[in-house]
Design a protein around this ligand. Structure first.
Ligand SMILES: O=C(O)[C@H](O)[C@@H](O)[C@H](O)[C@H](O)COP(=O)(O)O
Length: 242
C-alpha cells in the first residue's frame, strides 16, 4: 500500500488524474478497455472538473467503461444521486456514450437494483469476481467508504457482489460494492483531502484492525493489486508517519 501526501488538495487531485490516465492507457494497451468504478459524494467533483478541463486529449475516453462503487436509493434525477453528479460533472462534459455508463437502476428498488447490478457485472466481466481496472474511493469522516458504513451487515459479506441495505446513519437505502469486490481491482485509489478526514485517515491506516468502527480497513491490497492513498497534508495531519 502506498501513501502519497501532497501539500494541497489540488496537488493531490492532479496526481490522481495523472495516475488515472497512466492506468487507463496501460489497460487500453493491454485489453483495449479501461473499467472504472467512480465514487460518490463531493470529493470527486473537483477531480472530475480537472479531468474535463485538462485531460480531454490524454486518453481515448471512448475506451473507458464507467460503473459506480455505490449509489443512494434515489431517482437518477435526484441531486443526491452519485450517477447524476458524475453525469453532470464528468460524463456529459466529456461526451461519454451512455452505452459505456452503468448507472444503478434505482427505479427497480434497492434490492432488485443491487441484484441487477451484480448480474450486469457477471455479464460484463464474463463471470463472477469482476476485476475492475480502477476503483476510486472517498472516505467518510466516520471511516466509511463506498457505502460500507460502521456496524452494518454488509461488512461481513465475503461475496464479490453488489448489495443493498438500509443505513440508519443516513436514513436511506444504499447500494454498494462489497469489500471483496473492491479488493479484486487492479488499482484502488483513496482520494481524501481536508482536515475533517484526518481522524478517519489515522484510524484506517494506523489504528488496530476494527472493521466495525473503521470499515475502510476492509480495503486491502491484493498481491497482484495496487492500493494507493492520495492525501493532502490536512487529511494526513494525524498520521504519525507524516
Ligand atoms: O455515496 C457516497 O457518499 C460516497 O460514495 C461515499 O463513500 C463518499 O466517498 C464519502 O461519504 C465521502 O464523501 P465526501 O467526498 O462528500 O466527503
Amino acid at each position: 500500500m502506498k501513501i502519497n501526501v501532497f501539500k494541497t488538495a489540488d496537488e493531490a487531485l492532479e496526481n490522481i488524474a495523472d495516475f488515472f490516465i497512466k492506468c487507463g492507457n496501460e489497460a487500453i494497451a493491454k485489453r483495449d478497455r479501461f473499467t472504472v468504478a467512480l465514487s460518490g459524494g463531493n470529493s470527486p467533483k473537483k477531480l472530475h472538473a480537472l479531468l474535463v478541463s485538462s485531460y480531454k486529449d490524454k486518453i481515448d475516453w471512448n475506451k473507458i467503461w464507467f460503473f459506480f462503487g455505490d449509489e443512494r436509493d434515489v431517482p437518477q434525477t435526484d441531486e443526491r444521486s452519485n450517477y447524476l453528479m458524475a453525469k453532470n460533472t464528468l460524463l456529459d462534459p466529456l461526451g461519454i456514450d451512455p452505452a459505456h455508463v452503468f448507472p444503478v437502476e434505482t427505479a427497480l428498488g434497492a434490492e432488485l437494483a443491487a441484484e441487477k447490478y451484480t448480474s450486469n457485472l457477471i455479464d460484463f466481466f464474463d463471470g463472477e469476481n469482476a476485476c475492475f481496472d480502477f476503483i476510486l474511493l472517498g472516505l467518510g469522516d466516520n471511516s466509511h467508504t463506498a457505502s460500507l458504513f460502521p456496524h452494518t451487515s454488509v461488512l461481513h459479506d465475503d461475496t464479490a457482489t453488489v448489495q443493498a441495505l438500509y443505513i440508519d446513519e443516513v436514513k436511506m437505502n444504499r447500494i454498494t460494492f462489497t469489500a471483496p469486490l473492491i479488493n479484486n481491482a487492479h488499482h484502488i485509489v483513496f482520494m481524501v483531502y481536508g482536515e475533517g478526514k484526518a481522524e478517519a485517515v489515522k484510524h484506517i491506516i494506523e489504528d488496530d484492525k476494527d472493521i466495525e468502527e473503521y470499515p475502510a480497513q476492509l480495503i486491502v491490497e491484493k498481491p497482484d493489486g495496487d492500493l494507493q492513498w492520495f492525501l493532502d497534508e490536512s487529511a494526513a495531519s494525524k498520521l504519525s508517519s507524516h
